[in-house]
Design a protein around this ligand. Structure first.
Ligand code: F6R
Length: 605
């Protein structure tokens, strides 16, 4: 879960490397580094902390060189410090690496027994030393190829060579690697976003492939080192998602973009005149689907859980959900009549991608719901339903979550009507409500000033609890996840009815407890659970869409979101929770867009 960049040019590259690293910081931000070839030597600069620090170092001591590689790190092997920061260089070669070399300990022991010395605690340094050894008898491409044969794991690499000063070699196994083309300049990068300001012409390496870049050309090789051609994709020019504009943080901007992104998403799937959902090409004929299995991680998993309630309400299809990191190791019984749906913003999450691979090996039909349509998960699945949310930069997922929910809801409606699980009237009524969703999201965002007041209740808290029932339960989980990742405050998400089976013991005087209670069949039950919390001193913060009753004077704080249709309430109830985590994090001076220890795209297991 690191970011890598490489540039071969006819002019100095260090400034463009820094600019690309800033864009890659969402992948890791605990240390950074670059290496260029300057006057025939490898010139390495590294820092712990952010790319800004690296920029300061370069400002004092500039790095020349028309060829270079750079890296932002999210530590796996070895603490985040300068020594463990990438690139890892020998006299001959310098390497940046994203991913994990699983057999690094074994290789390290072997190399040490031959007298080689290691400087860092990383798994990457074995790659550097293996290539250095191979270079004694082979050319660079063959040396990298021989090295790859010895490595286990999943990774992407960028490599420069002291004595072959016009080339960069890139290699991909598991972790993504894009290649970009421009005039007298070519690039490798962990994603196309990092290259976007330099080029809109992109190719993607597939698993096992390598590339050799010079400033004038790029050559590609397959896993047997046979030369191959790659397709060039032209990316759209829209860069607005990449700038913060008037907003203080990407996260806030992305929350405020939601009416627009959801409108786009609905526009992509719903025919505005005929009130019909135009989803076609199901990989399994809808009437023959036996079961749907929804798989994701973190926030994406929470969207799967929400969708389970929708599928159960609207269709006769049996639905299971699974956390990708569990799914991939379970002893599962696959069934060709089941549809396996993978939900992922980035489309690169290692666990989700591995779970998808297992499905493919078992010859079952797969669908992915992704934001990044060029991603590994999208490319590897039989059927792709994009969420059309635009680039999401804030590490905490907001607009992508709402996009995932919207696509899952649309898919659910479509399956329900095709299978005749609902009648035309219900179908059309639900589509009408769906079309009003962007406006209702806008109104829900208008709760921000009240949410700001609510956020103050968390300043002195030791922990917090989020409770909901039915489809509000996954929203409670999502609210708790957002709060803990952004403000580092312990937060538990629970089904409200489950409290008395243990968690009630956590309630003490003043503990903030967020009750998510839309007017649905659970409303009264949720109120009873709230009373149990209140009786034990919990400080109740109540979020509802019920305009008639905002119930009890003992509620410390109440918030209302608009009401559209009970099925859509999870989407509208999510928004104040996104804003709450944002404002608590601001009050606590936390880095909202880059919370500690996390990264946007989790490409390691
Ligand atoms: C939390 C968050 C993460 C991601 C998870 C999966 O705000 O963003 O929990 O949802 O890492 O990532 P994707 O959706 O890219 O597979």
């Amino acid at each position: 879960m690191c970011g890598i960049i490489g540039i071969a040019s006819n002019k100095p590259v260090s400034i463009n490397i820094i600019n690309s690293l800033k864009k890659l910081e969402y992948r890791g931000y605990d240390s950074a580094g670059l290496a260029t070839l300057t006057e025939g030597d490898i010139n390495e600069k590294k820092c712990s902390g952010r790319v800004e620090e690296l920029e300061k170092i370069l400002f004092k001591t500039p790095s020349n060189g028309n060829i270079g590689i750079g890296h932002v790190r999210w530590a796996t092997h070895g603490v985040p410090n300068i020594i463990n920061a990438h690139p890892h260089s020998s006299e001959e070669v310098s390497v940046v690496h994203n991913g994990i070399v699983e057999n690094s300990d074994e290789i390290k022991k072997d190399l040490e027994s031959k007298g080689l010395k290691f400087k860092s605690q990383t798994d990457t340094e074995v790659i550097t030393l293996l290539i250095t050894e191979a270079l004694k008898e082979s050319e660079p491409l063959e040396s990298v190829f021989k090295t790859l044969q010895k490595l286990k794991g999943s990774f992407a690499l960028g490599i420069i060579f002291k004595n072959f000063s016009n080339i960069i070699i890139g290699a991909r196994r598991g972790s993504p690697l894009a290649v970009g083309y421009a005039k007298k300049e070519n690039y490798i990068g962990s994603d196309s976003y990092a290259l976007k300001s330099m080029t809109n012409k992109i190719s993607y390496l597939d698993d096992g492939e390598l590339c050799v870049l010079t400033k004038d050309q790029v050559s590609f090789y397959d896993e047997k080192l046979k030369k191959i051609n790659k397709k060039i994709h032209i990316m759209s020019e829209n860069n607005s998602a990449i700038e913060k504009g008037e907003y203080k943080h990407f996260m806030l901007k992305e929350i405020y973009e939601q009416p627009e992104t959801i409108k786009n998403c609905i526009g992509e799937y719903v025919d505005s005149l005929k009130k019909k959902i135009n989803i076609i090409n199901f990989p399994i004929e809808p009437n023959n689907i036996n079961k749907i299995i929804l798989i994701g991680c973190g926030t994406a998993y929470n969207s799967c859980l929400t969708a389970k309630y929708w599928f159960e309400e609207l269709t006769t299809i049996d639905v299971e959900i699974d956390i990708a990191s569990e799914f991939r190791y379970r002893n599962l019984k696959f069934n060709s009549k089941n549809l396996y749906i993978f939900v992922s913003q980035s489309g690169e999450t290692a666990d989700t991608a591995a779970a998808l691979d297992i499905c493919k090996k078992n010859n079952v039909k797969t669908c992915s719901i992704v934001n990044v349509i060029e991603s590994t998960i999208a490319r590897n699945s039989d059927w792709v339903l994009p969420i059309h949310a635009g680039t999401e930069i804030g590490v905490a997922s907001t607009k992508a979550f709402l996009g995932q929910l919207t696509v899952l809801y649309i898919l659910c409606l479509k399956l329900a009507i095709v299978r005749k699980d609902i009648d035309e009237r219900t179908y059309e009524k639900n589509i009408s409500s769906l079309k009003k969703l962007p406006e209702a999201i806008k109104e829900s965002i208008n709760t921000e000033s009240n949410v700001q007041l609510m956020a103050k209740e968390f300043l002195k808290a030791k922990g917090s609890m989020f409770l909901g029932r039915g489809s509000s339960f996954p929203i409670a989980l999502e609210g708790a996840l957002k709060l803990k990742e952004l403000s580092y405050l312990h937060a538990e998400g629970y089904p409200a009815g489950e409290m008395k089976h243990g968690p009630l013991a956590l309630i003490e005087e003043g503990l903030p407890v967020i009750i998510i209670a839309p007017k649905d069949k659970y409303f009264e039950k949720t109120l009873s659970n709230m009373q149990e919390v209140m009786a034990r001193g919990g400080k109740i913060l109540f979020i509802t869409d019920n305009y008639k009753e905002l119930v009890n004077e003992n509620i410390r704080f109440g918030l209302r979101v608009p009401r559209l249709d009970k099925l859509l309430s999870p989407i509208l109830l999510t928004i104040p929770l996104q804003l709450l985590s944002y404002h608590v994090a601001l009050l606590k001076n936390c880095d909202v867009d880059k919370p500690r220890n996390l990264a946007k795209s989790v490409t390691v297991e």
